[in-house]
Ligand binder design. Structure first.
Ligand SMILES: *Cc1c(COP(=O)(O)O)cnc(C)c1O
Length: 387
């Protein structure tokens, strides 16, 4: 490569880590003749439950469908309010809307980007029956005080751990302290199955109902019917959904799960390199571990404060000019057309708006080379006026 080609080579914000093993695993499923939800999905669920220290794990088509099912099995419905962060991918708020409830937006903590017991308390209404607490960008949410607030009020706390596979809260995997947790295997997250999700729960009745609802609430699963020669008659016990994962996806997920420790270790190492590089730069703040847990740095966001010579948009443009694809920080759902006109309660969302306007997400993925990371760092430091 010539020097000019090196300069032009694009650096992406995110790239999944996939290899030969995934290809092989998919080929085996195809050769088996059973590609829909079946034995691989069950294996993936068991392996995921073991990894996350969960009692029950139910694979789904996405984290969005997992969140929908989580609220459904918790009995949340029309007339209920569900407190959610606005500072999250829009699927968090949409899950409440899907079950006919009203999302009520809560603000987040400036340091973590996550809801806290205090921000949730400010958003509670007499109709609140559920809270969705998000491990935003992989930073673990401080769940214990939130449960201490909500449990006595009979408010169920669902953890949206879409971004947080491999993050830890008080020494345990995130999600293992929640009544219901939802996970994502979208390529933008930590491990991928193309599309895919999971619900984990310590409560068997939630697990059983989620398992049924993901498959049209059939009394006998398609895989079980297929396994017997004389298929037993099935009944449809309630109105369910098709939220199944396929065995093709689960086979990929099983391989990906084996990569988890390496992925998290690498991401934390890359984040530490960014943190060191930007530590002395006025006006910059990189997201960091909270005192109570460990992040997988799914979104390694950088806050561009007033002391920095460029604003966020100008810095993004500067980075793009250097062939670096950074991204605007996490969105604010209450500003989207889907919710801007809606009645969503009236909590103050000042931190949400500040972070949404002043953060960008830096390139960070397993195979990001040191050389490319140095290019990102140099580009930011040049923008800061440092040689
Ligand atoms: C990505 C994401 C989702 C949605 O995940 P999908 O698997 O794409 O449906 C939900 N919540 C949060 C916080 C996310 O980041």
């Amino acid at each position: 490569m010539t020097i000019s080609e090196t300069r032009l080579a694009r650096i992406d914000v995110m790239k999944p880590w996939l290899g030969e093993e995934e290809t092989q695993a998919v080929a085996e499923v195809i050769a088996s003749g059973w590609v829909a939800q079946g034995p691989k999905v069950r294996q993936f669920e068991d392996a995921f439950a073991a990894e996350q220290q969960a009692d029950f794990a139910i694979a789904t088509s996405s984290c969005t469908s997992a969140l929908h099912l989580a609220l459904a099995v918790a009995g949340v419905g029309p007339g209920d309010d569900v407190v959610v962060p606005s500072f999250s991918f829009i699927a968090t708020a949409n899950a409440a809307t899907y079950v006919g409830a009203r999302p009520v937006f809560a603000d987040v903590d400036m340091h973590t980007g996550c809801v806290t017991a205090a921000t949730i308390k400010a958003a509670l209404t007499p109709a609140t029956t559920a809270v969705i607490a998000v491990d935003q960008g992989g930073v673990p949410v401080d769940l214990e005080p939130i449960r201490a607030l909500c449990d006595p009020l009979g408010i169920i706390v669902v953890e949206d751990a879409a971004c947080a596979i491999g993050s830890r809260y008080r020494g345990r995997p995130v999600g293992s302290n929640a009544e219901l947790a939802a996970w994502s295997f979208h390529p933008r997250k930590i491990l991928t199955t193309g599309e895919g999700g999971m619900i984990t729960t310590p409560r068997q009745e939630y697990g059983d109902r989620a398992r049924r609802l993901r498959e049209h609430a059939m009394s006998v699963s398609a895989a079980d019917r297929h396994a017997s020669l004389l298929a037993p008659a099935e009944e449809y016990l309630e109105v369910g959904f098709n939220y199944r994962m396929t065995d093709l996806q689960a086979a990929v997920g099983l391989v990906q799960l084996g990569r988890l420790q390496a992925v998290v270790q690498r991401r934390r190492q890359l984040a530490a390199t960014y943190a060191n590089a930007f530590a002395g730069v006025e006006g910059l703040r990189l997201v960091s571990d909270p005192h109570y847990g460990i992040s997988n740095f799914q979104s390694c966001w950088l806050e561009i404060g007033p002391a920095f010579p460029l604003g966020r948009e100008a810095l993004l443009t500067r980075l793009a000019g250097d062939g670096i694809s950074a991204r605007r920080g996490i969105m604010a759902a209450h500003r989207q057309p889907a919710y801007s006109g809606a009645d969503t309660g009236s909590a103050e969302l000042g931190v949400t708006e500040w972070l949404s306007d002043h953060t960008l997400i830096l390139p960070l993925y397993h195979e990001l080379s040191l050389q490319d990371q140095v290019r990102v760092i140099d580009s930011v430091l040049r923008a800061a006026g440092q040689p």
